[in-house]
Ligand binder design. Structure first.
Ligand SMILES: NC(=O)C1=CN([C@@H]2O[C@H](COP(=O)(O)OP(=O)(O)OC[C@H]3O[C@@H](n4cnc5c(N)ncnc54)[C@H](O)[C@@H]3O)[C@@H](O)[C@H]2O)C=CC1
Ligand SMILES: CC(=O)C(=O)O
Length: 332
């Protein structure tokens, strides 16, 4: 105890350590920092570790966040190049890696970002052997497979942020058309977090009223109301934002924070996340794709088996076959 502390306080008991809600965010670029800020501002974690290879930037981001302590919930914020500082994390979120440049697809990033996982995933597992890993870096589904392989963890403990973001975009765009709130629209995008994502038009509903019952052609090519455009806008969203501001970060940061909150509070919320799909919906490929899943403290607990229309199953199979082929070319 320093002199000032000794004279200022009269001790009664030692502080009790809080149950840890430590979260590590690997990669402090636009996405990593949006994730960290979302976690801190919503009080989801009070103990954040930032990891990156850029030492000065790490120190700068750490100091800048620490100076906001007064407006937060007195969080601990550490930053280091060394994975030792991530020890004891409950959740590790991987956002490290290159991002798309204008005109590039997510799949163009695959080998470069897989190489980064070769060092980051074993180091995270070594220091936080009980953590749940959430993969955000792109291409999200393939990198989740790579992370799962490298981690040697059971499938429940590694998942990708997947189409949790795409589903949010989908619900927002439908809500805008209908004039109600995003949370009142129930709709799911499944499959690849990317160009072959699958909108489950057969299940879109408001208060249990299936929109397909009112507009049977919804989402079809010959739909007079052109609802299919909503899915096209979901696919184009990242390309459009990248063209406008260079990257996307706020919505994915909020999405990753929501997934983390579900784990840390063992909430059993259903989110569309990238999970091992082999054996589900007739798929025989060892790939990760998004399906609605119940998430809790143990990671992915169950997958919701949606009653997909034949064209939706077919589109999911197309994504799975394509990702499986790309996966075969990755050097692990
Ligand atoms: N899944 C999703 O919905 C989304 C995924 N992304 C993806 O997230 C990734 C990150 O995007 P941004 O933050 O915009 O990129 P960024 O370029 O701003 O940041 C990437 C960070 O990763 C760090 N990094 C690189 N190698 C590293 C290593 N070995 N260890 C630790 N850190 C390392 C870099 O130093 C940099 O700070 C990209 O792959 C991007 O495509 C972006 C938006 C949405
Ligand atoms: C970049 C990306 O994956 C997204 O915003 O959806």
């Amino acid at each position: 105890m320093s002199g000032v502390t000794k004279n200022l306080f009269s001790a009664i008991s030692d502080p009790k350590p809080m149950t840890s809600r430590k979260v590590t965010v690997v990669g402090i670029g636009a996405v990593g920092m949006a994730t960290a800020v979302s976690l801190l501002c919503q009080g989801i974690s009070n103990d954040i570790c930032l990891i990156d290879v850029m030492e000065d930037r790490l120190k700068g981001e750490m100091m800048d966040l620490q100076h906001g302590s007064l407006f937060l919930h007195n969080p601990k914020i550490h930053a280091s190049k060394d994975f030792k500082s991530s020890a004891g994390s409950k959740v590790c979120i991987v956002t490290a890696g290159v991002r798309q440049q204008e005109g590039e697809s997510r799949l163009d990033l695959v080998q470069r970002n897989a190489n980064i996982l070769k060092t980051t995933i074993p180091a995270l597992c070594q220091h936080s052997p009980d953590a749940i890993l959430i993969i955000v870096s792109n291409p999200c589904d393939i990198l989740t497979y790579v992370a799962w392989k490298l981690s040697k963890l059971p499938v429940n403990r590694v998942f990708g942020s997947g189409t949790n973001l795409d589903s949010s975009r989908f619900r927002f765009l439908i809500a805008q058309r209908l004039g109600c709130s995003t949370s009142s629209v129930h709709g799911w995008i499944i499959g690849e977090h990317g160009d072959s994502s699958v909108p489950v038009w057969s299940g879109v509903n408001i208060a249990g009223v299936r929109l397909k019952d009112i507009a049977p052609k919804m989402g079809d090519d010959d739909d007079p109301e052109l609802w299919k455009k909503v899915h096209k806008d979901v696919i184009d969203a990242a390309y459009q934002i990248i063209k406008l501001k260079g990257f996307t970060n706020w919505a994915i940061g909020l999405s990753a924070a929501a997934l983390t909150n579900t784990i840390l509070t063992n909430q059993h919320n259903v989110h569309a996340v990238s999970v091992m799909v082999k054996g589900r919906h007739g798929l025989d490929y060892e790939v990760f794709l998004s399906l609605p899943a119940v998430i809790g403290a143990n990671g992915v607990e169950k997958v919701v088996m949606q009653h997909l229309a034949p064209n939706e199953r077919c589109a999911l199979k197309f994504s799975a076959a394509m990702l499986s082929e790309i996966q075969c070319g990755i050097k692990l």
